[in-house]
Write a protein that binds this ligand. Structure first.
Ligand SMILES: C[S@@+](CC[C@H](N)C(=O)[O-])C[C@H]1O[C@@H](n2cnc3c(N)ncnc32)[C@H](O)[C@@H]1O
Length: 213
């Protein structure tokens, strides 16, 4: 490639418009129809680069994973990596805003566990509307997670942990399994990218575990 290369033939940044979506028409989707497996289902919200999902799939070969990632490039890359590792269609990552996608999933009580690792990297007041962990999301998790199922929420920001905890702990369908934080994730050896980095850097990780009543 030289400065004389015509603009039209220069590689353009990929738009990732082809990142997988839950359904082309934006309609409702039967959650179980997304996978071939019949085993337990992990729902991961905001997987980022996807280390947790990939490690969980390796550690628990009977589990399926449904990951919802708002950034198209990250969703595309994780879905590809799941496929390359032979985990598709046991596992999929879709380019979706979890707040909009969860109400479209049919299958109350079909999720065995849900994980939200280090969400909401928004610090400006005007970005508050982007926050993923809100009352509507918690209500959707209460609908989708099976009785006795586990929800893990973890962050390294204490103010965030203090805001998330009561949303779940005071919800009639969830009971806290910590006081309020637990030492270790119930899904080790699977770790998210941010979680692994926090451990390496010696940062505190506030882990909250809730059981669906
Ligand atoms: C700080 S990163 C953490 C990534 C990963 N969970 C980890 O622990 O390494 C937050 C992730 O959540 C994603 N995210 C933010 N809002 C989201 C939403 N509404 N729906 C789905 N993903 C979202 C971001 O794109 C980003 O990948």
């Amino acid at each position: 490639m030289t400065d004389e290369t015509p603009i039209a033939s220069k590689p353009r940044p990929r738009s990732y418009a082809h990142a997988p979506r839950l359904a082309a028409d934006g309609g409702k989707v039967e959650l179980r129809s997304l996978f071939s497996g019949t085993g337990p289902v992990m729902l991961e919200i905001g997987p980022g680069r996807g280390r947790f999902a990939l490690e969980l799939l390796a550690a628990r070969p009977d589990w399926s994973v449904l990951a919802l990632e708002i950034r198209k490039k990250l969703a595309f890359n994780l879905d590809e990596r799941m496929r390359e590792r032979g985990c598709s269609p046991r596992a999929r990552c879709f380019a979706e805003d979890a707040r909009e996608a969860l109400p479209r999933l049919i299958g109350d009580g079909t999720v065995s566990a849900a994980a939200i690792h280090f969400p909401d990297p928004w610090w400006k007041k005007r970005h508050a509307k982007r926050m993923v962990v809100g009352d509507e999301l918690v209500n959707e998790l209460a609908r989708l997670v099976a009785k006795g199922g586990t929800v893990l929420v973890q962050t390294d920001v204490i103010e965030r942990a203090e805001a998330y905890f009561p949303r779940f702990a005071e919800h009639p369908e969830f009971a806290s399994k910590g006081a309020p934080y637990v030492e270790e994730s119930p899904f080790v050896p699977a770790r998210s990218n941010r979680e692994a980095m926090a451990i390496t850097d010696g940062l505190p990780v506030y882990r909250m575990v809730f059981e669906r009543r």
